[in-house]
Ligand binder design. Sequence first.
Ligand SMILES: *[C@@H]1O[C@H](CO)[C@@H](O)[C@H](O)[C@H]1NC(C)=O
Ligand SMILES: *[C@@H]1O[C@H](CO)[C@@H](O)[C@H](O)[C@H]1NC(C)=O
Length: 140
Amino acid sequence: MNRNFVFAVILLTTLSIVNAIPHQLENITYYQCENYPILTISLEPNPWVSGTPENYTASGQIEKATTKETILLILFAVGGKVIGNFYQQPIPITPAGSITVTANNVLTPELPSTYANIVAISDTIHIKDMYACAITYIGY
Ligand SMILES: *[C@@H]1O[C@H](CO)[C@@H](O)[C@H](O)[C@H]1NC(C)=O
Ligand SMILES: *[C@@H]1O[C@H](CO)[C@@H](O)[C@H](O)[C@H]1NC(C)=O
């Protein structure tokens, strides 16, 4: 994982926070990241719990085929920093169209009162290589 990618994502987060819509933790709603296709995210448990494993299912429509570099990226961020470790999982090469990726037992870090969660399908380095992405804001 190239650090530049993460910084790009965090920058995206920071910029996007201006448009954050306040909501309650009980009903997590994910939004599109910039102009990328949105991912529909299922969480088990819902919502996530600090320090416990989380199962994610991300599905959506991608406009181009993924590559052998493509990963599912999951991270929590606040104040321009990743909380704990980000998660990355290689995914099979998938043609343009429907995609569903499952990630099981992803450890949720200790979460502060405000943060963002990002789930993205992307190649490792540049944000321009994203295929689809979802972001949600908690506590803003
Ligand atoms: C939470 O989401 C469910 C499913 O979309 C919806 O039916 C319910 O009204 C929402 N609850 C609140 C408090 O917004
Ligand atoms: C997450 O997935 C794993 C593997 O399928 C399963 O063993 C575990 O029970 C799941 N956790 C939850 C909270 O559903």
